[in-house]
Design a protein around this ligand. Structure first.
Ligand SMILES: [Cu+2]
Length: 158
């Protein structure tokens, strides 16, 4: 935690940090997953209050033997012509969803990065099934801010 320029900010958040109990410039909210067996995906909103960019570089949870940082991308099949912008994040004819593994996900200075269907997500190799309504502990590792603890809600399938 170096960088004297942000010490004032850190002090301010130490005063108002009752919710997390830690003076971290990272705010993680809206963490959610779906009922799953074998592998699961976690989405979240990550806000960086610091004047410096940060990078999410890893995560751990008791329910997972491994957690990867992934990005989904839609690949259009050249033979098909589909209207653009429809059904974002869902597999459909004429396109394929693929995932790549990332070494880090950047959170801009004073900005927000959203992990959401069709984009960034955390991919878990599960130790046990996730059930609707379950909450699971998650620790996110940031290059600058260090470890940040959070809770993920397993939402029922709509
Ligand atoms: Cu993935």
């Amino acid at each position: 935690m170096k960088g004297p320029t942000i010490s004032g900010l850190l002090f301010a958040f130490a005063l108002m940090g009752a919710a997390s109990g830690a003076p971290t410039p990272i705010r993680v909210s809206d963490l959610w997953s779906r009922p799953a067996t074998g592998t699961a995906v976690i989405y979240a909103t990550i806000h960086n209050t610091s004047a410096e960019p940060d990078r999410l570089i890893g995560a751990t949870s008791p329910v997972a033997s491994h957690i990867g940082l992934h990005e989904s991308a839609e690949t259009r099949m050249p033979a098909m012509s589909m209207p653009s912008g429809s059904m974002s994040g869902m597999p459909m004819s004429g396109s394929m969803m693929s995932m790549k593994t990332l070494s880090a996900i950047t959170i801009p200075a004073g900005g927000t990065t959203t992990l959401k269907p069709g984009g960034y997500h955390l991919m878990l190799d599960l130790r046990h099934d996730l059930k609707p309504g379950e909450t699971i502990p998650l620790r996110l590792h940031f290059a600058r801010a260090g470890w940040v603890a959070a809770t993920v809600v397993v939402r029922p399938i709509p």
